[in-house]
Design a protein around this ligand. Structure first.
Ligand code: C2O
Length: 576
């Protein structure tokens, strides 16, 4: 029975490209420059039975996949034809000395206004694996995102069996509404925003949702072959478990850093994180569900409890259209609140070999991350105070709720010496010590607002203890640092205790990532060397938490000479 049922709805043309690359591999190993045009525009997109004018790039949802080799340069001209301000962030790209191309609005640039444009130019240096790009303005990244795939340098190979095919798997989150309206409403009321109506795989919710099954994404496979899935959590506000029914996943990379391979049946990704897994088609020819649903760590908080699916389809499987076909094999996913499975996964990640972990630490920071509640300002109306008990939700790091400037970007004001835009007094430790993960006194629930940066000397070796709090509610926070990869040398539950927890530090082979999952009611410790001058945002990658101020920024000073200094701003850098 030879039946290939599905049309290439997925990204199956990758292996053809792979062959072409092989043919040309001997020709030249020189780095290339890739030029792209991104037109940000409103596009009708029909999901869950209804059409919305979604903001997209080039009319595609998800947006175009960018594929480069390590060492290549990307030049992306972004034209804004939408009615919102927009910027694009290249999540996880180091942007060595090219902070102007990083993208977070009011941090490294002012937004691209409707009708405006900006060209992002940067080189990929020493990174291989899967990253992604997304809008970094309001909640536009709900629909403005895509994969950024970095293959090994031309002529070099993967540190694992070369996969037959490669498929990006972008996990997304869909609102049956305009996501910008959803966040604006939450900002007005002070309440938590509406939860999403679906999760998606490569833009499609899948068989378990209304009006969706005919568009379910099909990932084709031949019996016996080993393929690479590049899984990206591009959801706005939800950590996700991901699995493929009956198949083992061999983890080989995360956040564009290779990992010591290990095998698991389920992976967990916080928003922002990526995981590359090898999957061998070693089951009987059939159709198997690829599935993702929430890892919801906050107790009692509402969340979208739906499940998105795609189908792994063996080419020799009986065709659904002709003859008897069985429904796809059901996946088994952990319970929504299965923190044990989530941390079993994150603590299994290891660098493939001995890592160069910074040892003599120059800057030792302790940063609390969590929510808060603001009392209602005097004379405000109750409709603007619909958070718990008539308050408004907020969030902070070390009790500072981060406020973005509006007249200059932080990087521009730093570079041009424009005063009054920010201060450099972000505290290296919380202003008061308390039982962070215990029953926190109500008097500690209200942070202060500020645009406070923390200054780092070029080359300084930094350690940060990221300590979750249980203010209002404890939950897992995916903390992302722009412009850097860092080692996660330990994680645990409860309050970090330097007396006993330093003995758990892995200084041999810790994983290197750009986004750390700080365990619910727990902590994580990261280390990096401040070798990239500029202004770099560090924030929770749950968009609702950035909205509430769960962020801060580092100002990394220039070192000596041109090679240790940020390059001059591009001429077309948008101004405010
Ligand atoms: Cu992927 Cu500041 O973001």
């Amino acid at each position: 029975m030879e039946a290939y049922c599905s049309i290439a709805k997925s990204f199956s043309s990758f292996h053809v490209l792979g062959l072409l690359l092989l043919l040309f591999a001997n020709a030249a190993a020189a780095a290339k420059t890739h030029y792209h045009d991104f037109v940000v525009q409103a596009t009708p997109v029909k999901r869950l039975c209804k059409t919305h004018n979604a903001i997209t790039v080039n009319g595609q949802f998800p947006g175009p996949t960018l594929e480069v080799n390590n060492g290549d340069t990307l030049v992306v001209n972004v034209v804004n034809r939408a009615r919102y301000n927009v910027t694009i962030h290249w999540h996880g790209i180091r942007q060595m000395r090219t902070g102007w191309a990083d993208g977070p609005e009011f941090v490294t640039q002012c937004p691209i206004r409707p009708g405006g444009s900006y060209t992002y130019r940067f080189t990929i240096e020493g990174q291989e694996g899967t990253l992604w790009w997304h809008a970094h303005s309001s909640w536009l990244r709900a629909t403005v995102y895509g994969a950024l795939i970095i293959r090994p340098r031309e002529g070099s190979s993967y540190p694992f069996t070369k996969p037959k095919r490669q498929t990006p798997i972008l996990l997304g989150e869909w609102w049956d509404a305009n996501p910008v309206d959803v966040v604006r409403e939450a900002m007005r009321t002070g309440a938590a925003p509406n939860i999403s109506d679906a999760y998606t795989i490569n833009g499609q919710p899948g068989d378990l949702y209304n009006c969706s099954s005919k568009d379910t994404v099909i990932v084709p496979v031949d019996s016996g072959e080993t393929n690479l899935l590049r899984v990206i959590n591009s959801a706005l506000n939800q950590e996700l478990f991901f699995t493929v029914a009956k198949h083992k996943l061999t983890v080989v990379a995360a956040d564009a850093s290779y990992m010591k391979p290990f095998t698991t049946s389920v992976i967990m990704l916080g928003p922002g994180q990526t995981t590359d897994v090898l999957i061998t088609a070693d089951q009987s020819p059939a159709r198997y569900y690829i599935a993702a649903r929430a890892y919801a760590s906050a107790q009692g908080a509402p969340f979208d409890n739906t499940t998105t699916t795609a189908i792994l389809e063996y080419k020799s499987a009986p065709c659904p259209a002709k003859g008897p076909s069985l429904p796809p094999v059901q996946p088994s996913l952990p319970a929504y609140n299965d923190t044990a499975t989530a941390s079993a996964f994150t603590t299994s990640l290891r660098s493939p070999s001995k890592a160069e972990v910074p040892i003599d630490i120059d800057e030792n920071l302790f940063i609390t991350v969590g929510l808060g509640l603001n009392p209602c300002p005097p004379k405000s109306r109750s409709r603007n105070c619909q958070g718990p008990n008539g308050t408004r939700f907020t969030a902070s790091m070390n009790n500072v709720s981060f406020v973005l400037p509006s007249n200059y970007s932080l990087l521009q004001s730093h570079q041009q010496g424009i005063p009054g835009v920010f201060t450099t007094d972000f505290p290296a430790a919380p202003p008061v010590k308390f039982d962070y993960t215990g029953n926190v006194s109500r008097s500690l629930w209200t942070p202060v607002r500020g645009t406070r940066l923390y200054k780092l000397k070029y080359g300084s070796k930094v350690q940060i203890v990221l300590q979750g709090t249980s203010i209002f509610t404890a939950e897992n926070h995916p903390i992302h640092l722009h412009g850097y990869d860092f080692y996660i040398i330990a994680e645990g539950f409860g309050n970090f205790d330097p007396k006993k927890d330093t003995s758990k530090f892995n200084l041999i082979d810790p994983p290197m990532r750009n986004t750390a999952s700080v365990p619910v009611r727990g902590w994580a410790v990261i280390r990096f060397v401040a070798d990239n001058p500029g202004v770099w945002l560090m924030h929770c990658h749950l968009d609702v938490h950035i909205t509430w101020g769960l962020a801060m920024a580092f100002l990394v000073e220039n070192g000596f000479g041109e090679l240790q200094s940020i390059s001059p701003p591009p001429a077309d850098l948008p101004v405010c």
